[in-house]
Design a protein around this ligand. Structure first.
Ligand code: RIB
Length: 280
């Protein structure tokens, strides 16, 4: 592998309840099944990228509590470099996730250590590819990007205001349809990938569509983390110099496979599964 990948982002422990139907506002649903699994958009991307074959490190913050070890367990197991993970004076990030029988979810995050991750906690970036998202402070991302010359992927999720400088610096912005409508990307000169749920994804540069891809048909159990896996897949494929169409096909396959099991990192496919699905 001729590149190294840094993920700058969040680490959470996902507390998941599987129910028949998602509760409406003010409604209580009972009879759910509980599972705790490692998550966080940053950690999900890091595990996904490592499983696809990228040498990956994560820059992140966790708390000084018992949740931290549970949240980091897959990163450790997969061999993601953890030297830049800081312990801060807050609880480890916790995500409260409800998943319905048809695989849809609702997520509420108590950011904890992710929100306390300060610019001075981030070491200088040395890799040539960076992926980040908006679950850590804006100033921390801006500080890390100062003087950085590598390829930058920004998965602009969850939607946040005041991030124009970060978006301007990005080489690749990834958003879903809902997020795309909330950012002003019309003058953005770089690559934009828009995920379209079951319809797949599209990648553009300026107004020009470079590629469209439909995801392979799979049996959906849980859509949580599909966007994170897609971001890892697309960035890895572009770093490998795959063509825009091949890269988008690859990313869609990675995202689709991630929906076939409960959770995010545990569902993330290894390279051979993706290649087999694509017949490569
Ligand atoms: O994108 C999915 C992730 O969002 C979950 O793992 C949860 O931790 C939240 O950060």
């Amino acid at each position: 592998m001729s590149y190294g990948l840094t993920v700058l982002g969040s680490v959470n422990l996902d507390l998941i309840v599987q129910v028949a139907d998602l509760p409406q506002p003010g409604e209580t649903v009972t009879g759910g099944i509980y599972t705790a699994l490692p998550g966080g958009k940053g950690a999900n991307v890091a595990v996904a990228a490592k499983r696809l074959g990228a040498e990956t490190e994560i820059m992140a913050a966790v708390g000084n509590d018992d949740y931290a070890a549970q949240a980091l367990v897959n990163l450790e197991k997969e061999g993601v470099y953890l030297d830049a993970v800081r312990r801060v004076d807050a609880h480890t990030g916790l995500a409260f996730i409800t998943v319905s029988a048809d695989g849809e979810n609702q997520i509420a995050v108590a950011s904890g250590a992710n929100a306390a991750y300060a610019p001075q906690d981030v070491p200088k970036l040395c890799s040539n590819v960076l992926i980040t998202q908006f679950e850590i402070p804006t100033a921390t991302i801006e500080g890390a990007l100062e003087g950085y010359n590598g390829f930058v992927t920004v998965n602009a999720s969850p939607v946040r205001t005041g991030v124009d400088a970060i978006l301007k610096r990005a080489d690749l912005i990834i958003v879903n349809e809902g997020e795309a409508a909330q950012y002003d990307l019309k003058n953005y000169a770089g690559l934009v990938a828009i995920t379209l749920g079951a319809k797949g994804a599209e990648m553009r540069i300026g107004n020009k569509v470079l590629a469209r891809a439909a995801p392979p048909k799979v049996n959906v159990i849980d859509t949580t983390g599909a966007g994170d896996a897609f971001a890892a897949g697309l960035t890895v494929a572009l770093a490998e110099k795959q063509s825009p169409q091949d890269a988008l096909d690859f990313a869609c396959a990675v995202g689709a496979l991630t929906t076939t099991k409960l959770g995010t990192q545990t569902a993330s496919p290894i390279r051979a599964q993706v290649d087999a699905l694509l017949g490569r």
